[in-house]
Design a binder for this molecule. Structure first.
Ligand SMILES: C[S@@+](CC[C@H](N)C(=O)[O-])C[C@H]1O[C@@H](n2cnc3c(N)ncnc32)[C@H](O)[C@@H]1O
Length: 211
């Protein structure tokens, strides 16, 4: 048994709802790219420990990670999740009802860059961000998150190892380069203190410093 299998066996519980969400992905022909359960549990813990009350997720798919995040919220907390595919958003909405989190969660359908611009322009702020949409825009999503972050907010992101491609210097593919850039931004931006947790495909977490 590996250390990861040990952790999964001991700490990760996927209840019937989360299993149904996974099933809905197959039924709806979605790509199997939801967070792995160990990363999802860690994300839930980060949101819970930080006391997040207003969460913004970029990249909904079937709502698997959104349900974990919604479950971390205190009474009166809310989660907004952004998704470009209407069919995925529709399936996710159904899953939020099944999970009983529909009162806390809302979805905005459209290109996340446009949705983020509108949110920023209307003066919205959040205390927890989870970036998990198209990797090529990770640096842009980080910039937008920083503009809307409360002091002390957490910004998290999945796939920061990009399946190990970031470690291969011969890989100059645009998406790989954008993720490398995103990781460098996290490590060098004076406004942040950051780390990559080597769970799943690399879960980055950054804390926005108080001014
Ligand atoms: C990796 S999946 C999200 C998985 C989800 N966070 C989970 O763990 O259950 C990425 C999602 O981002 C969506 N997406 C891709 N590009 C997007 C964009 N420009 N704006 C909004 N959503 C986008 C995809 O349609 C897909 O559903």
């Amino acid at each position: 048994m590996t250390e990861n299998e040990y952790i999964k066996n001991l700490y990760i519980r996927e209840d019937a709802v989360l299993k149904k969400v996974k099933k809905s992905m197959t039924v709806n022909g979605m790509p199997q790219i939801a967070l792995p359960p160990d990363s999802a549990k860690l994300l839930y813990m980060l949101a819970r420990i930080s006391g997040a009350k207003k969460i913004l997720e970029i990249g909904t798919l079937a709502g698997y990670s959104a349900i974990w995040l919604a479950r971390s919220l205190p009474e009166g907390g809310s989660l907004l999740t952004l998704e470009i595919e209407e069919d995925f958003a529709r399936a996710a909405s159904q899953n939020f009802i099944i999970a009983g989190v529909e009162d806390k969660v809302s979805i905005t359908v459209g290109d996340a860059l446009n949705s983020l611009s509108s949110l920023r322009d209307s003066g919205e702020n959040f205390d927890f961000f989870f970036i998990d949409a198209d990797k090529i825009h990770y640096p842009d999503y980080l910039e937008m998150a920083l503009e809307m972050a409360e002091p002390g907010a957490l910004i998290s992101a999945d796939n920061t190892f990009w399946g190990g491609k970031i470690l291969d210097p011969s890989d100059r593919e645009e998406t790989t380069e954008k993720i490398r850039r995103f990781n460098r931004m996290l490590s060098t931006d004076e406004r942040l203190e950051s780390m990559i947790i080597p769970t799943g495909d690399g879960l980055a977490v950054a804390r926005v410093k108080e001014a």
